[in-house]
Write a protein that binds this ligand. Sequence first.
Ligand code: KIV
Ligand code: ZN
Length: 514
Amino acid sequence: MAQDQLIIFDTTLRDGEQSPGASMTREEKLRIARQLEKMRVDVIEAGFPAASNGDFESVRAVAEIIKDATVAGLCRASDKDISRALEAIKPAKSGRIHTFIATSPIHMEKKLRMTPDEVIVAACNAVRFARNGIDNVEFSCEDAGRSELDFLCRIIEAVIKEGAGTINIPDTVGYNVPEQFAERIHQLRERIPNSDKVVWSVHCHNDLGLAVANSLAAVRAGARQVECTINGLGERAGNAALEEIVMAVRTRQDIFNCDTRIDTTQIVAASKLVSGITGFPVQPNKAIVGANAFAHESGIHQDGVLKHRETYEIMRAEDVGWNTNKLVLGKHSGRTAFKARLQELGIEVDSEQVLNAAFTRFKELADKKHEIFDEDLHALMSEEVTTPEQERFRLLSSRFHSETGELPLAAITMSDNGQEHHAESSGSGPVDAALKAIESVVNSGAELLLYSVNAITTGTDAQGEVTVRLSKGGRVVNGLGADTDIVVASARAYINALNKLLSGQERINPQGDV
Ligand code: KIV
Ligand code: ZN
């Protein structure tokens, strides 16, 4: 008998973006969407179009470029939201409306202030309205994990009659435990007379660290779509981690009677891309994508693996995209080879100016670091996503002094709309001194929420990738900078964040208004 397909619905660009500080620009969303498509996810939830103009534009831009995945737009159960989402996903080769309303007693009474009957009417109206615009409609019962089973049966039967093709059962607050959640899915499938007409989906949050376990238990109970995010990014403690769901199902074929379409060799690249863009580092012991996930430390383990790999390894590192670190380009590589490799990595460069600036930086990097890996190119391009016009501030040169027993000093030259400024500062260390020098020019008044440094590849000649998160007036932005000198990388990251915050670049914090 042919195996069922488990549909992978990625919501990194929507629920993932709801993590405080993880908001992304349109260009960043496009880069992630391209990687998700390359990894062959089935559905990309690109955003919440009614939430803001920025989010509408991002969903539309994703819908325009993605050809091998369905692009979904989230909307509340209201005609206005649904119309906006229909408009945003219009260019998609395959689009989906994902509409939701809360169904738990506490949400209906305290948040919606609606009776259960009113909620059923609103849900049916929403699905009917959406079906007038598109065939592919998903309905979610928000807080289904705490909703009454009888009520869920009533509302779901009704929306299936209106034409919903996917029914999603979210554990919105991460309250469920695996046996209970699986039983819930089982009961719903058993008791709802038209349950066989739809795909059953789950969407689990990780408040008790059970998002993946609950999702997998639901798959055992017949769910055939899992909503998840790269690295488990998402609201509060996050969502179920895509990489863990996919690899559990792939590795334990004896347990799960289904499989996904995912090209698992793209998982690590997707993880690094999302981590770099959002500034959320991946813990070293994180399953599948953590730096230590395949590292054997103890002598007994190492001995076993050398004798027979499967003694201690249930998956192969290369199957999820580790060790694919290839030497891609060197200092003699030309512009054409550089551009071609970017294309292979799914990085589209639509402006010659951006390409030229990136190529110049590539050459500078190749002079300092002889081996350039894919990760280096990703980092380089994370900074070059803006055209020079969008770049109000630019670091022109820098000098740092740090010596045992001496006060660290930084001197920087930067431009503000083409006008050159020079500043010097001391600090507790060279990074502190450099950022203070920049601030003495810009006077941004922004609050520094996060500063983190990661080595992009191995070796002491690796580039350090710095993430800086700034907040001002309710807006939160991430800036990235990479260089073999981490003080320079820090200055670049800080300036990158200031450009997003102060140069009038679109949005950010797209879902903050709803
Ligand atoms: O967690 C949740 O309930 C959601 C829904 C909107 C699907 O994100
Ligand atoms: Zn959610």
